[in-house]
Design a protein around this ligand. Sequence first.
Ligand code: SF4
Length: 404
Amino acid sequence: MPPSSPNPQDRGEAHIRDLGRGRAGDVVRDRGDACPGALRLHRADDGALARLRLPTGVLTPHQVEVLAEAADRLGDGHLSLTSRGNVELRGLGEGCGLGLAEALRGAGLLPASERHERVRNMVVSPLAGADVTDWAYRLDELLCAEDWTTELSGRFLFAVDDGRGDVAALGADVTLLAEAAGTALVHVAGAAYRVSAADAPRAALAAAEAFLAAARAAGTGAWRVRELPAGQDVDVTAHLRRAAVAAEPVAGAELPAGAPPAPGATGDGSVCVLARLGRVTSAQFRALLPAREVRVTPWRGFVLPRLAGPAAARERLRALDAAGFITRADSPWAGVSACTGRPGCAKSLSDVRADARPREGELPVHWSGCARRCGHPQGAWTDRVATGEGTYQVTVVTVQGSTK
Ligand code: SF4
């Protein structure tokens, strides 16, 4: 079977044909992935596209300014958010790659080794405290320090979950889950192992190494754990032992499926907002400041953590609402998502983003320009796929991978 995407537009994001497959073993890859990166730009119909991995999801105020400036100077003045919490710049002009790389490097947004740029795929609970966020920083350091990690595909995904189950529900290949006792569970290939908090990042890396060994043994070129042939052993225990990580297997441990943070103020004085259809102007992006830091979420939004109390949070929400962000959970736009569509994607049969809108009784709803359904949500949703200019086929996806 050839690689699943004929179009690198949304490579690196899950899509509907992959859902529900499990470890069916019917995938044979005959080449590496072609996911775009910040240094490997993809030529789209509206210019070049750069996808920037944000392994911890955290941006400093300076990095927010640098990205907004790059969008204005080099791109189309917008920033797009992906379902993995990545940031994309689109409409980049010919020959702007070097200038973009220089700006990103200067802002500390690229790894020391550029070969690792596309393997830093990680989603992190955006309301996580310092301990769990530090796991993500440490895992990124470890990932970028090893040569072998460059063999991971641009689709291989780590999740670092603070225990609430929000990013654990996103179907990552390796999930680190914080436990109340201060330990962590590392989940991979349907098994779970309890490790100490101090060992958690190294355990996640060892789990990825075990996957790569299994992928080599299978010889099917799997990019993700679920693409391994059925029955292919992933010997996590051996790799944990080799990494000197003390681990206890935990039978029957299920990954939790928690809800993402709702738009609005959270209990700890943080503020969560969503970007309408996952795209913001550079001016909106700058409107996230002032903030100590900005966290990009895999639900195409932002968290401003720990503002100076409830009054400050309310004030920021008012300002962000005025700037065009979705700031309330009951906003109908909170349930609307769309692929890139025209003019950015040649495959699109319609200008999806112009067509997309909330519709009574159809939330959540995802609008797609073709059957690839790039960027669709998880779980159940109303599925609108373009059949022509402004016309859509509507189905209801009720279970991952099946429709009625
Ligand atoms: S039209 Fe939309 S769903 Fe189809 S390939 Fe393009 S971006 Fe993806």
